[in-house]
Design a protein around this ligand. Structure first.
Ligand SMILES: *[C@@H]1O[C@H](CO)[C@@H](O)[C@H](O)[C@H]1NC(C)=O
Ligand SMILES: *[C@@H]1O[C@H](CO)[C@@H](O)[C@H](O)[C@H]1NC(C)=O
Ligand SMILES: *[C@@H]1O[C@H](CO)[C@@H](O)[C@H](O)[C@H]1NC(C)=O
Ligand SMILES: CC(=O)N[C@H]1CO[C@H](CO)[C@@H](O)[C@@H]1O
Length: 575
């Protein structure tokens, strides 16, 4: 039988005993809030800050340590807040600065840390910096990337062939400035020029401002897009090469993005942002502040985000191994390989993190099937390190089909009626399902910005609280288990036991071991855990079961013959 195994010596076990000293974030539960869809307090059909404040106790209920909010800054909302017009203020749709301060205050009472989404790749074209840059004001002239273009046969053309992530040229002509400006995303999202030190300093000031206000760090969006290749001595850039497999010249994947993504300078910028974090740690004291970085990049590049021998980087470079690679048909070997990819390649003194959803990716229940929701939450919460959950995954929300007419995501709207379903991110951004009341208790208004799932009467917080083995209650049990020293500090050994069963063992000297066992498919399986793990007791006790299980909590089983029903997912412990 093919098995892969690994023992990760967790440094935590060797270091200091209490969590505060170790760093709160090392075993934290992060929860991503998508503010437009979390809770609407004023009846306009769009979620807001007061809504979040009202529902913070729910985050406490499910054991959240810190929550990161998708952008809440002033924005014309061409890309739902990922186009920032004022990095120093709150968009009126979400509330105002006073509301934000109230949110921080309530979060502090509940001991939940607030993290903000920082969007460095560009600003809105309505940002004051861009307006001044377009007008050629000396201070701001080079805040963005400008070029007069090239003239071919007497016709002016953009300086390069680069294609926007949202289709079409990355260059838009600006009449006022008489030049093209660069935008990797929408024309309304001009790219900031990070080769100008004034821009880097301006962005660091933004970080300082919010840290001093009381946020505990940032999730940095779309890091790979921050830098383009440096221009040559004439101020020109090279064209990107063709991707032969794609024939639509407007499509982003028509080119290989070797000059516009994952440039080496990006890593250094993250190190510089981390220095700002540490500077504020020094200035204000208290608990550590953290950087979470979003980068879809090769594993060896991602590992550099953690830092190098002389520089600290992001404490949490998002681990998208599972999110990006697992599919409906993945077998246990594939799961095991992806877990190993991170654990085996991570620098020795760093902490792993696990991300299974976000506002850009199809939900687990839709991608892997609703009967695998508990299994993936088990992975998320019993593997070592940090868990990152996207709102709604804990109650098993699924993607909501949305018609072309109702589609609002710019990535989809820029395409057409044939393509939009492949591109739209609206299905994962629908209103949170609080109860079986109208609009799932999300709003008391008369409409919502995206439709509410028609499953909300069955899938909602209120109902799931009352069902013993609901997704929500299993999530809460798993969360409570994370307070065990073994789960906080223990080693991990990961194995596939044949193609259908994934198992991993957490162990810590002097404490019980915990074994997570997941039957990924629909056969009844009988597995011998002694064949892959050492030092198990001959009998094991059920600690968490899902609703596929024929056993109950506290039942016992022999380690050498654990019977698993189809899609059963359990946590066992040594006795
Ligand atoms: C919705 O709730 C808000 C805040 O409690 C209140 O001001 C508003 O009048 C309510 N709207 C409706 C239609 O009930
Ligand atoms: C670490 O990063 C810094 C800053 O980017 C860089 O100057 C230095 O060369 C790197 N060190 C190593 C050993 O890679
Ligand atoms: C890295 O961060 C740790 C913890 O904040 C700090 O003690 C250490 O001095 C930092 N190292 C560098 C090279 O900045
Ligand atoms: C990876 C990625 O696309 N990240 C963000 C960068 O900015 C765009 C445009 O605002 C966002 O849509 C993306 O989420």
């Amino acid at each position: 039988m093919l098995t892969k195994s690994l023992t990760l010596c967790c440094l935590l076990a060797l270091v200091l005993p209490t969590l505060a000293e170790v760093g709160w974030w090392r075993t934290a539960q992060f929860y991503q809030i998508y503010p437009r869809s979390f809770k609407d307090s004023d009846g306009d059909g769009v979620g807001d800050l007061n809504g979040i404040t009202q529902q913070l106790a729910y985050l406490k209920e499910i054991g959240t340590t810190a929550t990161w909010l998708s952008p809440i800054f002033t924005s014309p909302m061409a890309d739902f807040g990922y186009d920032v017009a004022d990095f120093y203020d709150i968009d009126p749709l979400f509330g105002n600065m006073e509301d934000f301060e109230k949110l921080l205050e309530r979060a502090k009472q509940l001991d939940i840390k607030i993290i903000l989404d920082f969007v460095p790749n560009h600003s809105s074209d309505e940002c004051d910096w861009f307006i001044r840059s377009a007008a050629g004001e000396e201070e701001y002239k080079d805040f963005y990337v400008w070029h007069t273009g090239k003239v071919v046969n007497g016709i002016r053309q953009p300086p390069t062939n680069w294609i926007s992530v949202f289709r079409g040229s990355q260059w838009t002509w600006h009449e006022g400035r008489q030049a093209y400006y660069l935008h990797q995303f929408l024309a309304k999202q001009p790219d900031l020029n990070y080769r100008n030190p004034k821009v880097v300093e301006a962005m660091k000031d933004v970080l300082r401002f919010w840290l001093r206000k009381g946020v505990y760090g940032f999730r940095i969006d779309a890091v790979p897009h921050v830098f383009e290749v440096a221009p040559d001595s004439n101020g020109d850039w090279p064209d990107e090469p063709r991707n032969e497999y794609v024939s639509d010249p407007e499509d982003y994947s028509y080119l290989d993005h070797i000059y516009t993504t994952n440039q080496p300078e990006t890593i250094d910028l993250v190190y510089q942002f981390r220095q700002v974090i540490e500077e504020i740690d020094q200035e204000l004291g208290g608990d550590d502040r953290v950087l979470l970085t979003e980068a879809y990049a090769p594993l060896d590049v991602l590992m550099q985000y953690y830092g190098n021998s002389t520089h600290n980087g992001s404490q949490i470079p998002f681990n998208f191994e599972l999110l990006s690679n697992i599919n409906f048909n993945s077998d246990a070997y594939h799961y095991s390989e992806l877990l190993h990819n991170w654990l085996d390649n991570m620098p020795a003194d760093k902490v792993a993190n696990w991300v299974l959803g976000n506002h850009d990716q199809s939900r687990i229940g839709t991608r892997l099937g609703a009967d695998r929701i508990d299994a993936t939450n088990m992975l998320l919460l019993t593997l070592p390190g940090i868990s990152v959950n996207y709102q709604g995954e804990e109650i098993g929300m699924e993607d909501v089909w949305i018609s072309w007419e109702d589609t609002v995501d710019p990535q989809a709207c820029q395409s057409n009626q044939q393509e939009f379903e492949r591109l739209t991110r609206d299905p994962v951004r629908t209103p949170f399902q609080w109860s079986d009341e109208e609009f799932a208790g999300f709003t008391n208004g008369s409409s919502t910005w995206l439709p509410v799932s028609d499953k909300y009467k069955l899938v909602n917080v209120k109902r799931e609280r009352g069902i013993a083995l609901s997704h929500l209650n299993i999530y809460k049990q798993l969360r409570a288990l994370r307070d065990e020293p073994t789960l906080k500090q223990g080693d991990v050994t990961v194995n596939a036991i044949g193609p259908n069963v994934l198992a991993f063992k957490r162990s810590l000297a002097g404490h019980k071991s915990y074994i997570t066992v997941i039957n990924i498919n629909d056969d009844v399986e009988s597995v011998n855990l002694d064949s892959v793990f050492t030092e198990l007791s001959s009998q094991l006790s059920y600690v968490v079961v899902n609703d596929k299980s024929a056993r109950r909590k506290n039942d016992v089983t022999y380690a050498n013959s654990v019977l698993l029903m189809p899609k059963e997912a359990i946590v066992l412990s040594t006795i």
